[in-house]
Write a protein that binds this ligand. Structure first.
Ligand SMILES: NC(=O)c1ccc[n+]([C@@H]2O[C@H](COP(=O)([O-])OP(=O)(O)OC[C@H]3O[C@@H](n4cnc5c(N)ncnc54)[C@H](OP(=O)(O)O)[C@@H]3O)[C@@H](O)[C@H]2O)c1
Length: 243
């Protein structure tokens, strides 16, 4: 069975992606940073549907932990054929009030973490002469999100990473794509103030927030044989927010 490592799959979009890929026959490495119980519940759910999954803990903002994560997954489950860089954090603050440490913390998880995981899987995928990498970016990369400069910059960085790595790995038969979700109903958006939520809704042509499964469906597509001839692309899943 092909093996996919999904960073941050204890909750939200990562969790939905884990369930969707398991339904397609992927063995899933369910990764988390702190919520062990939630991650274990995802793995138990996958095994209950007859799939195969195991949990792994690491802080992907730490280069050594990210490299060790990939090694541990491969030792336990075999060669990684799919990587979904989904782990992410958000901070909402005016740029003038953003401390350097806050800026660094967001970039460290959202962008550096994706780079560390990518670097760690590349050699193995090149040996197999196949592989799929998907980055979970954001419409914030394309539109800029109010009071979220670090977040928007980190997600825009992922788009540069997507296109550059896609060019580099295409000769090895590895595809690299990104999804750019709009506003999706997860823990990350749960405490958005009502006034901001109302403004977001007005800007979304389909007049509703997205569900994690709707983003997972696109990630699943990028990892499927149907997307074999697609690389270096970014697809928004946002109810038309970014058309
Ligand atoms: N929700 C949205 O509206 C939206 C829109 C656009 C893009 N996105 C992006 O989609 C991705 C998933 O978002 P979500 O809404 O599903 O978020 P979420 O529910 O807050 O889940 C975040 C996940 O990332 C993990 N994580 C956070 N920091 C980490 C670190 N340093 N090392 C390892 N894992 C870490 C968390 O692990 P623990 O559970 O162990 O803490 C959790 O599994 C993020 O990259 C986010 O930026 C979300």
């Amino acid at each position: 069975m092909p093996l996919c490592l999904i960073t941050g799959s204890s909750r939200g979009i990562g969790r939905a992606t884990a369930l969707a890929l398991a339904a397609d026959g992927w063995t899933v490495a369910v990764h988390y940073r702190s919520r062990a119980e939630e991650a274990e519940a995802v793995a138990v759910g996958i095994r209950a549907m007859g799939g195969s999954a195991q949990t792994f803990c690491a802080d992907v903002s730490d280069a050594a932990q990210a490299a060790a994560l990939v090694k541990t997954v491969e030792t336990a489950l075999g060669p990684i054929t799919g990587l979904v860089c989904n782990a992410g954090v958000i901070r909402t603050q005016f740029t003038a009030m953003t401390a350097a440490e806050d800026w660094r913390a967001v970039l460290a998880t959202n962008l550096d973490g994706a780079f560390y995981c990518t670097k760690a899987v590349i050699r193995g995928m090149m040996r197999q002469r196949s592989g799929r990498i998907v980055y979970v970016s954001s419409d914030a990369a394309l539109l800029g999100d109010l009071m979220r400069a670090a977040y928007s910059a980190s997600k825009a960085g992922l788009l540069g990473l997507t296109k550059s790595v896609a060019r580099e790995l295409a000769p090895s038969g590895i595809t690299v794509n990104a999804v750019a979700p709009g506003v999706i109903a997860t823990d990350m958006t749960a405490d958005t103030p009502e006034t901001r939520r109302a403004k977001q809704l007005v800007a979304i042509p389909l007049s509703r927030f997205g569900e994690p499964a709707e983003v997972a469906a696109v990630i699943r597509f990028f990892l499927s044989p149907h997307a074999a001839y697609i690389t270096g692309q970014v697809l928004s899943v946002d109810g038309g927010l970014c058309m």
